[in-house]
Design a protein around this ligand. Structure first.
Ligand SMILES: Cc1ncc(COP(=O)(O)O)c(C=O)c1O
Length: 497
């Protein structure tokens, strides 16, 4: 029996053994990591499809059958249970036919670093809880800022994801408007109609013009590729001004969630500045282009931003969670500074307390995984991997453009493919595409996403797995074709009755 999983009545096998990490328990840690390694490597090797196809009810029965008040007799048993409860029905992002959302297969060194960070349990908040981890994070932030094109005045933080990074960016924008004396009734935020919903939500959370002017978020139209139209942005800013509103921030997106489009960053920044607005660029998805050997130019103008979101857990192949907000000027980041007597009082001396600026207090050392990835695989390698999936998206769009059964949205900057089955009566197309996607989910052999554009249903491939080939995308498209044709046939038959 392992003392880490004893039941309530069994005393620890030796005095002082608590099941927690200490100098005496490292042999047990090593043994359990070996077991975990075997478990996860076997599961990854055996995953024949992205998902088992189990239904919610089936899985709920498995999960609910576990008696959480009765620990198992050994780690081996507990891990076997964990396999049944979790791994047998995990959604496998490393599988080449997982092509649905913005999830990536992970860099192996990053997983290793995550284990180390978990075992040490550093909290990157105050210097006295973090030590060198603070410096590692700061070094990476400075490195990232340099890649963005900011100078040494820049600063930033790791966050839990794009949602938090966007919230933080807009918080700073709001604080600056407040510091400039703009009354809150005049605040608004300008986003493109294709911006991620987290930008709109952040504005709501920040109370931006919530009472006086509806939701305080003004939407700018996009072109057919999902890019913000600069002239429309100019009109939106102008009409906001005429209404007495002040644009606290303009949010540009570098890599929209559906189209994978990069907004025109230079024009957007120029227009925003002319209206006194903070420029936040949500590069949660497109931030990976910073490393691309062939596509870095798509981010031209990023250096004009005040704040930038980059999600390493999307296009940098890092495990969740790993994101950063990088800010052009450390004085701007300091707009969100806060102090607590028990933690980081203002007279705390010269040591860096990253909690001064963070929205989180206790914070995982997520920077470590990126560090180890860069120190082993290297940045150029990651950029090459992203290029590969962008190339695959272009090739897949080409396939679809030549296929009369499908309509495809042409052109994207990143690795999404938007398409829909159209070999049916136009009035049936939404229903048929919905049905095909539902059948795929139920089956689990492949995974595609679904979205709505211009009031119609579209299917979406988000290609983030460099191991996915053109054969894989063709296979998935053929699966969709077959399922959609079946759905068309059954609906046509029903109509005929
Ligand atoms: C463009 C964009 N921004 C922000 C987010 C939110 O990121 P996260 O899920 O890491 O919070 C997403 C998520 O897909 C996104 O596509």
């Amino acid at each position: 029996m392992s003392w880490t999983s004893r039941d309530h009545t069994t005393p620890p096998p030796h005095p002082g053994a608590s099941g927690l990490l200490d100098a005496g328990s490292t042999a047990d840690l090593a043994r359990q990591l070996d077991l975990a390694r075997d478990l996860v490597t076997t599961a990854v090797d055996r995953a024949e499809r992205p998902y088992s196809g189990a239904t919610v009810d089936q899985l709920r029965r498995v999960v609910d059958a576990v008696d959480l008040d009765s620990p198992l007799a050994s780690t081996d048993e507990a891990l076997d249970e964990l396999r049944r409860v979790y791994l047998d029905h995990a959604v496998w992002f490393h599988h080449p036919r997982y092509q649905a959302h913005l999830n990536c297969p992970v860099a192996v060194p990053a997983v290793v670093a995550d284990v180390v960070a978990s075992a040490v349990n550093t909290s990157v908040d105050t210097w006295d809880q973090s030590g060198a981890a603070t410096l590692v994070e700061q070094r990476l932030v400075a490195w990232l800022a340099d890649r963005v094109g900011f100078d040494s005045a820049a600063n930033g933080l790791f966050t839990s994801g794009g949602t938090q990074s966007n919230l933080h960016g807009l918080l700073l924008a709001r604080e600056r408007a407040a510091a400039d004396g703009v009354p809150r009734e005049r605040w608004c935020v300008v986003v493109s109609e294709r911006a991620h919903f987290s930008a709109r939500r952040a504005a709501h959370l920040l109370g931006i013009a919530l009472d006086a002017h509806g939701d305080g978020v003004l939407e700018v139209p996009t072109d057919g590729q999902g890019r913000m139209v600069p002239r429309a942005l100019g009109r939106t800013l102008q009409s906001a001004r005429l209404r007495g509103l002040h644009a606290v921030a303009v949010v540009a997106t570098a890599g929209t969630t559906d189209h994978g489009a990069v907004d025109p960053l230079e024009e957007t920044a120029g227009l925003a500045r002319a209206h006194g607005a903070w420029v936040h660029v949500d590069a949660a998805y497109g931030g990976g282009l910073l490393l691309s050997p062939t596509r870095r130019h798509l981010l031209r103008g990023l250096e004009l931003a005040d704040s930038v979101t980059v999600d390493f857990h999307k296009s940098w192949f890092q495990p969740v969670a790993c994101s950063a907000l990088v800010v052009r000027d450390r004085e701007l980041l300091a707009l969100g500074r806060h102090h607590a007597d028990y933690l980081n009082p203002e007279d705390d001396g010269a040591e860096p307390n990253l909690v001064d600026h963070s929205l989180q207090t206790t914070r995982r050392f997520d920077a470590l995984k990126l560090w180890l990835t860069l120190r082993t695989l290297g940045a150029a390698h990651l950029g090459g991997l992203l290029d590969r999936v962008c190339d695959l998206a272009a090739a897949t769009r080409e396939d679809l453009a030549g296929d009369p059964d499908f309509e495809v949205v042409g052109g994207t900057d990143l690795s999404t493919v938007l398409f829909r089955y159209v070999a049916c009566a136009p009035g049936l197309a939404d229903d048929v595409n919905d049905a095909a996607r539902a059948r795929l989910v139920a089956d689990g052999a492949a995974s595609v996403a679904r979205t709505r554009l211009d009031g119609r249903t579209w299917l979406k491939l988000t290609l983030l797995n460099p191991a996915t080939t053109r054969e894989d995308t063709r296979h998935v498209v053929d699966l969709v074709r077959r399922l959609a044709a079946d759905a068309t046939a059954s609906r046509t038959l029903e109509d005929a009755r």
